[in-house]
Design a binder for this molecule. Structure first.
Ligand code: SF4
Length: 472
């Protein structure tokens, strides 16, 4: 297996996820943390420029939010409408209550078709369902064809970001991985050469595939069709070549009408990567001649989330990844530290709904600064939902003893102004006398990756005295 330049947190399938410990492990590599942080911030700034270039951006966000809320509150009707129209389009429609049922359906479709080689693109849902290991255990070869997904698949890792799955890796590490698995020259890390090698490797898999599986960005009730957005054209290649196409989709991806696409497509790519549109926006309204097209509608906890008054709006998510790119915690802790398929702020809202005790640390993986809410193209109130999950975690007693003590001490501090002022004076003294390096050292890896405030050269009182008469 590929030699790793850093240690991934090992989180077993049923272990409680300890986000702070996993984040500290990521932060131990200071250079990687800083570079990861800067790379994501670069994408966030691109997103800002793209959004600022659309004068009606805020109106689009409001419209997208309203369409999603309408679709989610009428989901039963739109799902049935989608199914009826998809059947008219010649698709076969399957319903899966959970991950296991989804995997069994996909396996049965492949078995019936005698398919042994599956190429897969654009599907975080299959990550969520654990489809790859399920099929591999049944002698079916699964190849992820999105470049980033393929890189992490070769390294036997999961994606660390929903749009940029290998964002935690440097090009040199990708070069090592390709050298080991694709036979590229040792030390080759030039991105164009690596992309060329990946293309050759993947083309052969596309040509040999018996079946393809794609996700969907949007499923349209009015027409029974769906849309897949990619930048690499890999979903299109799979759909154009394989005799069997399976399209798996979470039920929250339904939108009512074709014209709604005009709103979402303008928001999606700009929010995700700062592009005006994705390179490929493919509309599927039926199978090719001779091809079997199956749609699998997956619940896997979504109806439970829909029934939660405080959290149902999280299902508006269109998986653009913008909340991750902006989140100061995600940028400095890496996607694997969340131990869930979807990391970052939206992952920390969705995943506790699956198993609150296991994922109790995730709602605390946030500064509650609200930056995620500010960039979300469908206006999900992420910071408010994270705060509500924290309350549930505390009520159910899932917080550690250390955090409970720290929180009680904080309450005491904030309740007593004198104590608060004394603590403030001590903190200011500490900031003055501890040199920054020492402070970062004693603060541990997590603190080392943060920008700490620089103490002012003089106190506010001294500055005010000097300047109150216009500096005279
Ligand atoms: S919650 Fe909003 S910002 Fe985050 S991935 Fe979903 S749509 Fe994008």
């Amino acid at each position: 297996m590929t030699q790793r330049a850093f240690e991934l947190p090992v989180i077993e399938a049923h272990d409680p996820v300890d986000h702070p410990a996993a984040a500290a492990a990521f932060n131990a590599d200071v250079a990687r943390t800083e570079w990861h942080d800067a790379s994501l911030w670069f994408v966030r700034e691109k997103r800002d420029r793209a959004a600022a270039a659309v004068p009606e951006w805020e109106a689009l966000r409001a419209q997208a939010s309203a369409i999603k809320e309408h679709a989610l509150t009428h989901l039963d009707e739109y799902l049935v409408q989608f199914e009826a129209n998809a059947l008219k389009n010649g698709m076969q429609v399957h319903w899966a209550r959970d991950a296991d049922e989804h995997n069994r359906i996909v396996h049965a479709i492949l078995s019936d078709a005698g398919a042994k080689r599956l190429v897969k693109s654009k599907s975080m849902l299959t990550e969520e369902c654990g489809l790859n290991p399920y099929l591999e255990a049944r002698d079916i070869e699964v190849v992820d064809t999105d470049l980033g997904e393929r890189i992490v698949q070769l390294r036997q890792e999961g994606p660390s970001h929903i749009v940029m799955p290998a964002i935690h890796l440097k090009k040199e590490e990708v070069g090592e991985t390709f050298h080991e698995h694709l036979g590229t020259p040792s030390g080759l890390s030039e991105p164009t050469a690596l992309a060329r090698a990946a293309r050759e490797h993947l083309r052969a898999r596309f040509l040999a595939a018996d079946a393809t599986l794609t996700g969907m960005n949007f499923a349209i009730a009015e027409t029974g069709g769906f849309v897949v957005c990619t930048n690499e054209g890999n979903a299109d290649l799979g759909m154009a070549l394989a005799p069997v196409h399976i399209a798996s989709v979470g039920i929250e991806k339904i939108i009512p009408r074709v014209e709604d696409l005009a709103v979402f497509l303008r928001l999606l790519a700009r929010s995700a990567t700062g592009q005006a549109v994705t390179a490929y926006t493919s509309h599927v309204h039926g199978a090719r001649t001779g091809q079997a097209l199956h749609v699998v509608l997956v619940d896997n906890g979504r109806t439970r989330q829909l029934a939660r008054e405080e959290f149902w709006r999280s299902l508006k998510c269109i998986r653009c990844g913008a909340c991750m790119n902006t989140c100061p915690i995600y940028r400095r802790s890496g996607g694997h530290s969340y131990g869930s398929t979807v990391p970052g702020p939206i992952g920390s809202v969705l995943t506790p709904g699956l198993d609150l005790e296991r994922y109790a640390s995730l709602p605390f993986a946030s500064t509650l600064c609200g930056s995620c809410t500010a960039v979300c193209p469908v206006k999900i109130d992420l910071d408010a939902q994270l705060f509500r999950w924290r309350q549930h975690v505390v009520e159910r007693g899932y917080v550690s003893a250390a955090k409970t003590v720290a929180m009680k001490a904080s309450v005491r501090l904030f309740d007593h102004p004198r104590l608060f002022r004394a603590a403030g004076a001590l903190a200011r003294l500490g900031l003055r006398i501890l040199p920054a390096r020492l402070e970062r050292l004693v603060g541990g890896p997590w603190a080392r990756a943060r920008e700490l405030p620089q103490p002012p050269a003089e106190s506010f009182r001294a500055w005010y005295r000097k300047n109150r008469n216009g500096g005279a």
